[in-house]
Design a protein around this ligand. Structure first.
Ligand code: ATP
Ligand code: MG
Length: 423
């Protein structure tokens, strides 16, 4: 892929509105642009990383036997009235009357819609379990949209829902999803701490949030250095019955606990029968008795993953993408190649890498060497391949891994092999 054939509007200046590193870097590296408060466009580089993240999520959901669906964002208010959340959701839920005067909702979440989908079709214990997920835009009129796509009013979520016959089956499913979440976040290069969490407006009995420790995080978690117990601050406050400060006693081992700022990237809940009972999603058990289906729900803030990755992977010069989610693992930077015999070499390298399955971007812009190098660091391609008169005199390319201080001269004959090892 050629730089000139895509759209990467990088910025030299730091946008005034951006308060935290990931927001600044996503704007400066040309990943996103703001349309209005809480709404963002994803540009080609942002889309590529988003596609990497969603591919990882889809692979792990499929591996956990969860199947993909796509549910409507436009939802009739009637469903929300039946679950009781028409009242409890508050002004965060975007509501309007359609042209026929019917109250309508732009889905902030999908428990109601997915539960209704099973009513009358899943009838017997033989039809269970069912595990479904979608990756879809959610709408929430957030009181304070901020930090770019960390808290926006329109964002991509992966939401999965499980339907089981009893608490034991739900427990097994919950554990399986917990494991899938740990794998997903690890593959995205994120270190997460799973914490006990409050169930809030979702309802249900048990819940965990997956938190990425980061100085800019809006949430606070408490973690025990002794036994590893971790909880969200709200949950810990409820459990300890005190207000929570640094050094407060761990409810399990009584050692002092630490307070850490963190970004919530995922949230899983054992919902129980709250939605199935309200919406009539029932099944006949082996004794022929009608019972409400036992549910769980499992969310990941897909678009929030990008800033969470960047918050924990950057330096003063720009982003340091993990290879697994980089928009392109490699960038080819040709600098002043005066020998006409070498003129087509950058294109040839691009072709060979692409054919070998290494996604790369060829910086074919007519701009200074300084601009090309700065943009490569800013965007944070994991591998930079530099071709210049100097390197070509030695039949070599200069290869530098982002985040490592030293560059190495690699003979052109070994370039593909060396790059493939790290891409
Ligand atoms: P928060 O406490 O951050 O508002 P939440 O508890 O409302 O999150 P859930 O309803 O559990 O979030 O949504 C699942 C995931 O969606 C969250 O873990 C988070 O990563 C992401 N998410 C929630 N709200 C937003 C938002 N406004 N913008 C971007 N991502 C969001
Ligand atoms: Mg919220």
């Amino acid at each position: 892929m050629r730089w000139s054939e895509t759209y990467i509007p990088t910025l030299k200046e730091t946008p005034a509105e951006a308060e935290i590193a990931s927001h600044r870097l996503m704007l400066r590296a040309g990943l996103i642009r703001k349309l209005a408060a809480g709404t963002y466009s994803y540009l080609p580089l942002g889309m590529r990383s988003l596609a990497k993240v969603t591919a990882i999520i889809r692979e792990e959901m499929e591996a956990a036997s969860v199947r993909e669906v796509l549910l409507p964002a436009l939802q009739p208010a009637e469903l929300w009235k039946r679950s009781g959340r028409w009242e409890t959701m508050g002004p965060e839920m975007i509501r309007f009357k359609n042209r026929h005067g019917r109250d309508t909702v732009l889905g902030p979440t999908h428990e109601e819609v997915i539960t209704d989908l099973l009513v009358g079709e899943v009838r017997s214990y033989r039809d269970l379990p069912k595990n479904l997920y979608q990756i879809q835009t959610k709408f929430r009129d957030e009181p304070r949209p901020r930090f770019g796509v960390i808290r926006s009013c329109e964002f991509l979520m992966k939401d999965a829902y499980s339907f089981d016959r009893d608490a034991e089956a739900l427990e097994k499913r919950y554990r399986r999803m917990f494991e899938a979440y740990e794998t997903i976040f690890k593959r995205c290069g994120l270190n997460t701490i799973p914490v006990e969490a409050d169930t809030g407006v979702m309802g249900g009995d048990d819940s965990h949030e997956f938190m990425v420790p980061a100085g800019s995080g809006e949430d606070t978690i408490v973690q025990c250095a002794g036994c590893g117990y971790a909880a969200s601050k709200d949950r810990a406050a409820k459990k300890l019955g005190v207000e929570i400060q640094e050094g407060v006693a761990c409810p399990k081992c009584k050692k002092g606990m630490k307070l850490l700022p963190a970004i919530e990237v995922g949230h899983i809940f054992k919902l129980g029968t709250k939605y199935s009972a309200a919406l009539g999603a029932a099944f006949l058990d082996e004794a022929g008795q009608s019972k409400p289906i036992i549910m769980g729900c499992y969310g990941i803030g897909v678009t929030r993953l990008l800033p969470a990755i960047i918050e924990t992977h950057h330096d003063e010069a720009g982003i340091l993408w993990p290879v697994s989610v980089a928009p392109y693992p490699a960038v080819i930077v040709p600098l002043k190649i005066s020998d006409p015999a070498q003129a087509g070499l950058p294109e040839q390298v691009e072709r060979e890498l692409t054919e070998a399955g290494v996604e790369c971007l060829l910086d074919d812009r007519e701009v200074s060497a300084g601009v090309k190098m700065k943009d490569a660091d800013l965007i944070g391609f994991p591998i930079r391949i530099l071709l210049s008169d100097k390197t070509l005199q030695k039949n070599s390319a200069e290869v530098k891994f982002r985040g490592e201080a030293e560059a190495t001269l690699v003979p052109l004959t070994e370039l593909l092999q060396q790059v493939k090892k790290r891409a």
